[in-house]
Structure formats: C-alpha cells, structure tokens
Design a protein around this ligand. Structure first.
Ligand SMILES: *Cc1c(COP(=O)(O)O)cnc(C)c1O
Length: 393
C-alpha cells in the first residue's frame, strides 16, 4: 500500500510489536499526531510571533510556558529546544571548546558527542570502562589526573551518558560529576536514553547541562530535543548577538548565537509540546517498564547458550544480548541462514531486529504492555524450542 506516489505506508508500530532500540521512546502520541497535521507547514509556530521575535517568547501557542515546563521537568533553570540531542552537544561544545582543548568523553559515548568536539578542534580523551562495561567515578578521577598531566590543565568539559547506547547500562553520573566538579570541569549530562522515559533530576545529579532527545525518548518528531542548564552557564551557552553590520548598521536584537536564532519552528516543536503532558506522566511508570524488560530478559536467559551482555539485573529497557551460542548455532545449519531469526520474529509479529543478526543484538521493551512483554518472552522461547535449543523453565 502506498502513502502517496512512490512512498510506502509505514505501519510498523500498528502491525507489530516494535523492539527497535532507538525507536520505541520516540513514537508519537495521538495528540502529537494531531499537532503534526495542524502545524505541518513551515514556520507555522510563527503566526503570533511578536517582539522580541524569538521562539521561546511566543505565547500562542504556549511555547514560552513550554520552555519553563521543560526546565522544571529536568529540575534545571533554563531550557531551549534543539534539533536533536546532538545539536545540544554542539551548542555546548561551541560555547566552551577552543582548538586544542582536552575534552573528556567515555568509552561508551555516542558518536555525536565526538563529532561535536571534533568540530571545535577539541582533543578527545576517553574515560575507560570497567570489565563489566560500567563507567565509574574512580576511572573518571584517574583519567582527569592523567589528562591534566598531559595538557598541564584540566579538561574543558565532560560529556557523560547516563545510560549508554551499547548496553543500556547505568553509570554513576552523580558520583562522576562530583569528581569532575572537584577539578572545576563542567559536565554535560546526556539523557538521550533517560529524559522523557524516567524521572531525571538535573540538580540532584549535579549536572551543568542536561540534554534530552525528543525523537528518541520524548514521543516527538525528529529532529527534536532539549538543552537545559543552570543560570550560571545560561549566559554563555545561550549568549546573544552583539554584532552591528558595517554597511547597513543592522543589529539583531536578542537572537541567540548558539541557537542560530530560532530552532524548532513547526511540526517538531508542536509534536513535542503535544506529547509533553503524556511524557511527564509516563516517567512515573518507569518501574513497570523495567518489570516488562525483566520478563523478556529472563526468557532469553532461559535459552541455553544465550548471554545477556548488559548489566544484570537490568536498570534499563534497552538490553544487549549475545546469541552466538544459541540462535547463531541454529543459523549455521538453517536453510535461511542468519535470516531465520528475524524472519521467525516477523512471522510472530515482532519488528525492529536487524535482519540477519544472530550473534550480538539489542532490543528495547519500552512502551509495551505487560501482556505484550509476556508474549515477546514466549516468542523467544518458542523460536528456540522450534529450532531444537534447550529452554529451561
Ligand atoms: C541517540 C543518542 C544520541 C543522539 O540523539 P539525537 O537526538 O538523535 O541527536 C546521543 N547520545 C546517545 C547516548 C544516544 O543514544
């Protein structure tokens, strides 16, 4: 079926249980879908834009209020919307990093943090992970000492992911930030996999910046996200233009340089705003989400030869699993080879696993009902049994 012309209808989330790690927290609410239709046109939020002509001042629709709500949602002082978490990283990098500055990330950092630093000519240094794929404050302290010796000054910034994209492991952000602050290093808390799906308290964590992803975890269209900070840093990251042009002598009011004036001017912001009441509510159900995840993880662990690569018990719904000793063994002799697994899943209504993957893969149970989680758990066990793998009860 076509949506229009050559574009297919997309019904992954209507026709199946989607477990794609990056998609499940970004799926739109029905309210966001309504907002998309009403605000699809370019610059649609600008109808009522009046002096001082900046997005975060618009009162109708209530965009100004939304900015205040976003800041308090993560318990920070000032917030802006940005086109994706990555643009939040970039805005902070642009405001803080000069060429040659040492900047810390971790061994499990997302590539967009690397690009944001690289774009400024920063020199990247990684805090190593432990054998169990955790970033600890001890490792952070040691790396800060090492980098300080190497550069004769402490790192300019630290980018820290609360839950990493590879394992969905939880890292001791509060402990690491405490250490970083002893060296006066500001810390960007990367909440791409937390803000919008679980409660996040930026102040309690001690973050200087809190970044969230609208399309990953806030039920918003792409590209969308948020960047929040303290009043201490707001003047720097949200600095305003001071230029007077030479020929026309023009000035540009209070446009923010790091935001390129305005950021989300239509469907992305309105989708994010329409979902926000639901998002604010849903973060209070994180424990239920974890319980669903556990059902599925336990089912996988009951299949002989299957290893959970993420920390256990799980603190997140995103999990990395190694089925080299189970489903991949089946793949070696199956007539469909590696595709047997994704095709068996598809046959049972499960979507979101890379076709052909049978060794190390990831899934995310976020947003499922309890019975969908039970069903998914049963599906994994059934596929194992149907292919001659032993399953313990
Ligand atoms: C997905 C992800 C990002 C990028 O988020 P965008 O909103 O797409 O820019 C950054 N960091 C982590 C840890 C992620 O998982």
């Amino acid at each position: 079926m076509k949506c229009t012309g050559t574009i297919d209808v997309r019904d992954v989330d209507e026709s199946s249980i989607n477990i794609d790690p990056i998609q499940v927290g970004g799926r739109l609410t029905p309210d966001a879908m309504k907002a998309l239709i009403a605000y699809g046109d370019g610059y649609s939020v600008c109808d009522q834009c009046r002096k001082p002509f900046r997005l975060d001042y618009i009162r109708t629709p209530p965009i100004a209020q939304f900015h205040r709500d976003l800041a308090s949602f993560v318990n920070m002082e000032i917030a802006r919307v940005v086109p994706g978490a990555r643009r939040g990283f970039q805005a902070v990098a642009d405001a803080f990093i000069s060429p040659g500055d040492p900047v810390l990330i971790t061994a499990l950092s997302h590539y967009t943090e690397v690009l944001a630093i690289e774009g400024r000519g920063g020199v990247i240094r990684e805090i190593p992970k432990t054998g169990s794929n955790i970033i600890t404050s001890e490792q952070a302290a040691q790396k800060i000492e090492e980098v300080t010796r190497e550069f004769h000054r402490s790192p300019t910034l630290l980018f820290l992911d609360h839950f990493d994209y590879q394992y969905g492991n939880r890292h001791d952000v509060a402990g690491i930030i405490r250490v970083a602050h002893q060296y006066d290093i500001p810390v960007l808390y990367n909440g791409a996999y937390s803000v919008g799906i679980m409660p996040v308290d930026g102040k309690k964590i001690g973050a200087d910046f809190v970044v969230g992803s609208g399309h990953k975890s806030m039920a918003a269209p792409a590209p969308s996200g948020m960047l929040a900070t303290t009043s201490e840093w707001a003047g720097r990251v949200f600095r305003t233009t001071g230029v007077t042009t030479d020929v026309t002598k023009r000035t540009f009011g209070i446009k923010e340089i790091g935001m390129m004036g305005c950021t989300l001017m239509g469907v992305t912001l309105m989708g994010m705003m329409a979902s926000f009441p639901h998002v604010r509510e849903r973060v209070t159900h994180w424990e239920e989400e974890l319980a669903n995840g556990r059902k599925v993880v336990d089912a996988l662990m009951s299949i002989e030869g299957t290893l959970i690569k993420s920390e256990y018990p799980r603190n997140h719904t995103l999990t990395r699993v190694d089925t080299t000793g189970s489903f991949d063994r089946v793949a070696q002799v199956h007539k469909k080879r590696g595709f047997f697994f994704s095709s068996a899943l598809k046959g049972k209504g499960i979507a979101g696993i890379i076709p052909g993957a049978t060794k190390v893969w990831k899934f995310n149970t976020y947003g499922m009902t309890g019975s969908q989680a039970e069903y998914l758990a049963a599906v994994f066990r059934d596929i194992a049994r149907e292919n001659g793998l032993a399953v313990t009860d």
